[in-house]
Design a protein around this ligand. Sequence first.
Ligand code: DOR
Length: 437
Amino acid sequence: MAVTGSVLITDVRPYGEGDRVDVLVTDGEITAIGPGLTAPKGVATLDGGGGILLPGLVDMHVHLREPGREDTETIATGSQAAARGGFTAVFTMANTEPVADNASVTDLVWRIGQEVGLCDVHPVGAVTVGLEGEQLAEMGMMNAGAAKVRLFSDDGKCVHDPVVMKRALEYAKGLGVLISQHSEDPRLTVGAVAHDGPTAARLGLTGWPRAAEESIVARDALLARDAGARIHVAHASCAGTVELIRFAREQGIDITAEVTPHHLLLDDSRLETYDGVNRVNPPLREASDNLALRAALAEGLIDCVATDHAPHASQEKCCEFSQARPGMLGLETSLSVIVQTMVQTGLLDWRGVARVMSERPAQIVGLDDHGRPIEVGEPGNLTIVDPDTEWVVKADDLASKSTNTPYAEMTLPAKVTATVLRGTVTHGSAAAGGENR
Ligand code: DOR
């Protein structure tokens, strides 16, 4: 049984709308919403400071590196980063050591996450054994285990063999689970480290063409159509992917997609310094792709934001660009980047932020206790945001064990001030228990 708590949250505006209210969470569930609520005896008070109240954020794509690379992140440090970023549930990818391709690993990850208790850490199961792309992993066993794995991905690698992918989709359909594809045709990206465009050509970096992503998105949409299965596109990075999703949706194909904050904000002009912090898969593309992805997220063609939080050790990043490991931290900066790219630009309001960072990801992965409306009787998974503040990102101040943030020293708008998981404050500080009056 998950731990539940009680807290009175004062002075918040749900979805940034209407007058300020208080929200009482009792034993993990919202029990009252209104002005002037009083904390029952023994229930702590969390001062919302007039901030915006959102449903707890959900991230369907992170890498917490445990088991195997606990020198770069652990479920505990990643959970802390998640809580600070406003998340109440995250899905951690299977490219651990050993790979999460069986129920003993996925159940271990789930159990550690529950013991840490800062965030629900759902393991993503591998689609193929060892992420080798050849033999299907025991998806059914992982689904039947304590972790109830419902999302499968070989992320970091593409399930590139169409026959294997076809079979995986057929099994996923039968099990009622979802496959998230890392869309990258490996034959088109041999040695590739940067977006295949003028910047990479000038810098002498091997290019990763948009077609490497687009061709797999198109192929998988057709395979999903034939299998009657769902398919999810991980970290969509280019304008063409958006148009392919539009085409697939028009055919009635059950396709969903996510975009990372970095693909909304950053482009390949960052590569001029050869700083390995900017290496990521798929690569940062061009400003025109950023704009197409933002528009697609606003329109709903791209369903949600996922951080692809990917911690790496400094020796794996502070090296020759082509040798740097791909990946960027994202959990603690994502809300701010979405405010900068989507709210300040007028593309989304706070209801829209709740949709793309909480409700849609929860629906896509089938979580019934996250991404819920802020109403009496709903789970007390909540996030408070100060929309008017600015902060300078300091890599060393992040909770993550690694420091590979591309936003270091950047000034970002808005900050998560508190996070509540089933009535327990996981970030921010609550004042001690109230009195019955
Ligand atoms: O940049 C990336 N890093 N993309 C991925 O798909 C995998 C991830 C990692 O595991 O570091």
